[in-house]
Design a protein around this ligand. Sequence first.
Ligand code: SAM
Length: 258
Amino acid sequence: MSIDTKINPPYSSLADIYDIVMSDVDYETWADYIDEIIITHNPEANHLLELACGTGTIALSLEELDCYDITATDGSSDMIRVAKKKGASVNSKIHFEVMDFNNIKSNKSYDVVYLIFDSINYLKEEELILKLHQDVKNILAPNGIFIYDFTTPRNSRKAVKYLDNDTHTIGNKYRYQRESSYDAKNQIHTNVFQIEQLKQTGNIGTDLFKEIHKQKIYSQDYMCSIIEKTEFTILEAYDGFQLLPAHKNSLRITMVLQ
Ligand SMILES: C[S@@+](CC[C@H](N)C(=O)[O-])C[C@H]1O[C@@H](n2cnc3c(N)ncnc32)[C@H](O)[C@@H]1O
């Protein structure tokens, strides 16, 4: 029996299994790292805006610290649906909403805008990165900071070795396969998720969905050359999850801009 594969937009069919796919990620430590950066660079910060919050795990973890008022946004309505459900289950006060970070709209200003887990790598053109910086600047309070991380070519080279052909079955409900490849010449990292929603145990009667995720991979020098064209000052470029300077071998770099 042949099964038709439907190509869905990124982070639509993946939303319901995203937290399981990311179960190896230590989000609490990541949230603590963002908190440390805030304490270091804008200790009075209260109002936080998360862009590309996904299913809201970082925002919910930061909320547990009981010192931030958080708005968390994502471009995918499916990711926000899951985030809202998680928020409701813990009586969260986080305001979750759908927002494309290419089209930021807010009447409020924020002490911190943050965008994590290489979500900025979804922007494949310099003009879009420049626009994002300008739009964030327009909604930052005085002394406000913009925090984001991006992954480097070295990370992509290493990551494909363990992400490619990653196959898992989740209960008797889903099965997914991830193919991961890196085009070093064009610096494009592609992850293809093939998701089967099992209607009953086994192979019969499955729905097949495919999502193709493409990210542009940036070196530190290139990202810094873009930032130089913005009105931001680089406070720090941190290596990985540490408060130490990034270097040419860094896999993930966290920028702190003001
Ligand atoms: C790798 S996931 C990271 C999600 C979340 N930050 C986390 O740590 O789990 C990338 C996220 O970026 C979001 N995204 C991609 N392009 C976007 C855009 N233009 N506007 C808003 N969100 C976007 C996706 O919907 C997805 O939730």
